[in-house]
Design a protein around this ligand. Structure first.
Ligand SMILES: C[S@@+](CC[C@H](N)C(=O)[O-])C[C@H]1O[C@@H](n2cnc3c(N)ncnc32)[C@H](O)[C@@H]1O
Length: 220
């Protein structure tokens, strides 16, 4: 695996000075991910890489998750597709340089597409590629992880979409602002779940979507 698609850790001195753009090498990426190995192999475990560059951490996490999806579901295309989508949709990135954003999405897409094509050469579905592309456009965000705003002439709050599988083939999407997820309320270290009746963290979505089929996500 390369540090970026050109295998370099630095693109230019100027970019290092302007944006601190120095990529983590694969050995370090893997050593760090091994510290949370179980989570990297849990299909629906969510990861955010702020300042994601071209996605050195996200790509390795996706490889690990897709290995699990393949080992469990390679004989059941429908299940493989749903869980591969879930794996992709669990990965989030924010990056300030547009070329990096595009490269990150592309690297993730290709990891998925190569694996999917190799398993289901004759029966691969075009709609699934569209759903994956749509999710990557939403999850890998061209934004500033410090201001929590998109990079835009008219910057807007960064919004993350949560994707969950419901009733087999349906997907529930809910949108949250980055600001809300990092807000003082959210940072009280409250658990997301408790069986003991403790106070739990329940962030409020800014938007909820009707259930949609996993092959129809891009139709929204
Ligand atoms: C040190 S590199 C790390 C890239 C990647 N996470 C890795 O470990 O290989 C930092 C990245 O953060 C981006 N960056 C710098 N400031 C940022 C900001 N305020 N918001 C989002 N990304 C930023 C840079 O463009 C660069 O791609």
């Amino acid at each position: 695996m390369d540090s970026n698609t050109n295998g370099k850790q630095v693109v230019s001195k100027q970019r290092v000075m302007d944006h601190g753009e120095v990529y983590t090498n694969p050995r370090e990426v893997n050593a760090m991910l091994d510290l949370v190995k179980q989570e990297t192999e849990r299909i629906d475990s969510r990861f955010l890489e702020p300042a994601c560059g071209t996605g050195n951490f996200l790509t390795e996490i996706l490889r690990r998750k897709l290995n699990i999806v393949r080992s469990r579901y390679k004989k059941d295309q429908n299940a493989y597709e749903r869980y591969a989508l879930l794996a992709v949709s669990s990965l989030y990135g924010v990056e300030i340089l547009q070329d990096n954003v595009l490269e990150c999405r592309q690297r993730l897409f290709e990891i998925f597409a190569e694996e999917y094509k190799s398993l289901f050469k004759e029966t691969a579905q075009a709609d699934l590629y569209q759903s994956i592309q749509y999710v990557l456009e939403k999850n890998i965000i061209w934004g500033d992880a410090l201001s929590l705003l998109t990079v835009d002439p008219d910057p807007k709050p960064i919004v993350f979409s949560e994707w969950s599988l419901v009733n087999g083939s349906m997907v529930k999407r809910r949108d949250f602002t980055y600001q809300e997820l990092l807000s003082n309320e959210s940072m009280k270290e409250l658990p997301l779940f408790s069986d003991l009746g403790d106070e739990v963290l329940i962030p409020t979505p800014i938007k909820e979507y009707p259930l949609m089929h996993y092959l129809r996500i891009a139709d929204v």
